[in-house]
Design a protein around this ligand. Structure first.
Ligand SMILES: Cc1ncc(COP(=O)(O)O)c(C=O)c1O
Length: 367
């Protein structure tokens, strides 16, 4: 095949951007795999979505509402916030990208924590900004370290709470402390992709009225079980929302995505039930893994980060689990080569995984 060497050159800073590696979803030669690599809600969406999706599919010839009016109104009602200060996106990924695109120029600095979600770094690089990684303490964000990393060029601080892939989180008091310490011209983005998994936690929403430089992001991809439909949202000061809206593409969220998110928002019982199920399954599995000698921090989300003795052991166990049909997430790209991350499945899947890991340690050395 002829190798075309294009003379069309992209912007110079685009050369530095690595590809986002998503969790694997297949195992060559294996059917019926159990995918635990993307922090999805394996129980799927709420009943109303399942019951109505075929009906609403008939309307997909129509463009979606570019204003996302109904969904914003419903989110506003649920959280008691102003719908005019909400923006919807194709996943919260799009909101993260838009924030960097709208507020960062070349050589501005974007802060995120040592094992923070990769999209922060990639979105910063895509705007020509400089990603600045801040050390964590025991895989948990450190407010003092973040403050020490702030310079006159810092534009955005991204903080996922709970964080992916560590599952750890910091308290509302610490968030308040951070907001009181950073200059008002730095935007703090609190990423609440897993906020619904934490009981009585608003992901920082109530602080937005107090701090004009706080922006909160949320998603329908996790607890709501709509990852494939790509719907997320953000909430912040009206002037920030206006800029983001002026830059996003008008039909960024699909009509089916909007409709299914609207149905999901209304099912508060579903979210409560999924949070409880996740907590029970996560804690049973975590205790079992600790008994097997596998180290894992307290997670506040729908996944666990397993720490092994070495990168070699993590890779061996990853391969062993693949042979048994389980796909976990390797997290070397997050600076965690000795670790594997796994999504919390239902009770049966958690039990099966525990027994499979127990089998591994019955037949292999722990180191
Ligand atoms: C911390 C965090 N933020 C944001 C996202 C993006 O989610 P989505 O674009 O599906 O809303 C993810 C996805 O895994 C995540 O882990």
């Amino acid at each position: 095949m002829q190798n075309f060497n294009s003379k069309i050159k992209p912007l110079s800073h685009f050369h530095k951007i690595p590809l986002y590696q998503s969790g694997e979803s297949t195992i060559l030669g294996k059917e019926n795999v159990i995918k635990l690599s993307a922090n999805e809600n394996m129980n799927g969406p709420c009943n109303e979505v399942l019951n109505q999706i075929a009906h609403y599919s008939k309307n997909i010839f129509e463009y979606p509402d570019s204003n996302h009016f109904v969904l914003r109104s419903k989110i506003g009602m649920l959280h008691n916030i102003d719908p005019d200060r909400i923006i919807c996106g194709a996943g919260s990924d799009e909101i993260i990208q838009l924030l960097c695109r709208c507020f960062c120029e070349k050589n501005d600095e974007v802060i995120y924590t040592e094992h923070g979600f990769l999209m922060y770094k990639l979105s910063a690089l895509a705007t020509g900004a400089k990603p600045v990684e801040i050390k964590e303490t025991n895989r948990t964000a450190s407010i003092d370290n973040i403050c020490a990393g702030v310079t006159s060029r810092t534009k955005i601080i991204f903080l996922a709470n709970p964080n992916n892939p560590t599952g750890t989180m910091i308290s509302a008091t610490e968030i308040d402390k951070l907001l009181n310490k950073i200059p008002e011209n730095i935007l703090l983005v609190l990423d609440g992709a897993y906020a619904e998994y934490v009981n009585s936690f608003d992901g920082g929403i109530s602080l937005v009225n107090k701090f004009a430089n706080l922006f909160v992001t949320r998603t329908f991809s996790k607890i709501f079980g709509l990852g494939g439909l790509r719907v997320g949202w953000g909430y912040g000061a009206k002037d920030i929302i206006d800029v983001l809206n002026s830059v996003r593409s008008p039909f960024n969220v699909s009509s089916l995505g909007l409709k299914m998110a609207e149905l999901s928002v209304e099912d508060v019982n579903f979210v409560n039930e999924q949070r409880e199920l996740n907590k029970v399954n996560r804690e049973v599995l975590r205790n079992g893994l600790l008994d097997l000698g596998i180290m894992t921090d307290q997670s506040f989300a729908n996944f666990l980060l397993l720490r092994f003795e070495s990168e070699k052991q993590a890779n061996t166990i990853d391969l062993f689990l693949k042979e048994k049909g389980f796909i976990l997430r390797k997290v070397s790209s997050y600076g965690l080569p000795k670790c594997l991350r796994l999504s919390i499945g239902n009770k049966e899947i958690c039990e099966k995984l525990y027994l499979t890991l127990a089998e591994y340690f019955d037949n292999n050395d722990r180191v």
